[in-house]
Design a protein around this ligand. Structure first.
Ligand code: SAH
Length: 387
């Protein structure tokens, strides 16, 4: 079957040349009668540019899959998934929970596949990719013989595509809770109800890095299900994990139980308030982790977001003992690493502390950053040492 054709404008062609795989609707000549799915892309002079996922409703009309002419069929899709899996064997060897397919980073725009042991959780975030959902499921069944394949398509961006939000079992067992080992720590994830596909797999390498500096008293702000807190626990005298969600903390406590740690406590609180109170009470810590949700979801709230990040960093700097470590993260794409370094520097100045940059880190390598797609570099993590 020959895919239908969609024509792009000169500006669309220029955008492609910049290496970005998205073409906005304003750069597409509106086609008639073309449905969402895989299309061949040509320009107004009928030159072929590649094949893309087409959405009839989104601002992003086309997401490029390939510049090749060979049909983008099930075999081609399977090849891409296998290539992604082969890369994970290098960067996530022996890891039980990781991102198997990371959208643009694996040349499969708007497809997420997270693996938790023998359970797979998928998200299809554009109309075109949503049409390929059953093919993806068949490929996973064939290649990995999974116990379960779930969909976590309860993601707000789907509404921009006119797609419903839905959660469910696509194949195999109705599994919700799984236990996987991460950096030697047992973690319980709720695949049906947890955030994202159950957990923040993008922080795995940063948790391991943070554990390398852990000692004494640790504070993990925005702990969610205890990822950093439990990673730090074996090295610390005591750990305090703080989050605003009681549900998340219950899950954290259950993971704590699996590991038999008795030096971790959980507090349900607003981290801004808790940090302030900790300083007023002259509490001191040897390592503080700050991993807030994305404060800058849109560019227009960047300034407010930077103020929020700075306040957290300032308060954290104040309560660190000399020689203590601050692990500070931002998962807002709009906050660059340079922004994070600058606000951390200003926070140190305001806190009258001197700090050195020990590590500049990013999302785990199973969430690849495509060099020509800045949006794929969203997570920044600095490890600072306060002198
Ligand atoms: N560090 C976690 C991921 C954090 S996700 C990990 O490694 O897995 C962000 C968390 O911040 C969510 O659990 C959310 O409940 C929590 N949160 C958001 N705003 C908060 C606030 N003001 N105070 C405390 N927790 C907050």
């Amino acid at each position: 079957m020959i895919a239908p054709t969609v024509t792009i404008s000169k500006r669309g062609v220029e955008r492609l040349a910049s290496g970005h795989p998205w073409i906005y609707s304003s750069d597409v000549i509106p086609p008639t009668g073309v449905e969402a799915g895989v299309v061949r892309v040509i320009d107004q002079r009928k030159r072929f540019h590649g094949q893309a996922l087409y959405s009839v409703q989104s601002q992003i009309s086309l997401r490029f899959l390939t510049r090749e002419e060979r049909p983008f069929d099930a075999a081609f899709l399977a090849e891409r998934i296998r290539a992604a899996a082969a890369f994970r064997q290098q960067v996530a060897a022996g890891v039980q929970a990781y991102r198997l397919v990371s959208s643009e980073g694996d040349l499969l725009p708007s497809l997420i596949i997270d693996r938790y042991g023998d359970c797979f959780v998928i998200q299809t975030l554009s109309q075109g990719m949503d049409r390929l959902k059953s093919t993806v499921v068949e490929i996973l069944k064939k290649d990995f013989a999974p116990r379960s394949i779930l969909e976590r398509n309860d993601v707000a961006v789907r509404s921009l595509e006119g797609l419903p939000e839905q959660i469910g079992v696509l194949a195999g067992e109705d599994v919700s809770e799984v236990v996987v080992e991460e950096n030697g720590i047992k973690m319980r994830y709720d695949l049906m109800h947890g955030q994202k596909t159950g957990g923040f797999l993008d922080q795995r390498e940063n948790r391991a890095a943070a554990a390398g500096y852990a000692h004494g008293r640790a504070l993990d702000c925005f702990t969610y299900t205890g990822g950093f807190a439990l990673a730090l626990a074996p090295q610390c005298e005591s750990v305090l994990g703080v989050d605003g969600s009681a549900d998340a903390l219950r899950q954290a406590e259950r993971s704590q139980g699996l590991n038999g740690f008795n030096n971790v406590k959980w507090v349900e609180a607003n981290c801004f308030d808790l940090l302030k109170t900790a300083d007023q009470e002259r509490q001191r810590f040897d390592i503080v982790v700050i991993d807030p949700p994305a404060f800058a979801r849109q560019k227009n709230n960047l300034e407010a977001a930077l103020r929020g990040y700075k306040e957290l960093n300032l308060r954290a700097m104040k309560i660190l003992n000399p020689g203590g470590y601050l692990v500070t993260c931002s998962c807002s794409f709009h906050v660059s690493e340079a922004d994070l370094l600058e606000l951390a520097a200003n926070a140190a100045l305001d806190a009258h502390r001197t700090a050195v940059v020990v590590e500049r880190r990013m999302q785990s390598r199973d969430h690849p950053i495509l060099l020509t797609v800045p949006e794929t570099h969203y997570l920044k993590c600095l490890i600072l040492r306060v002198l």
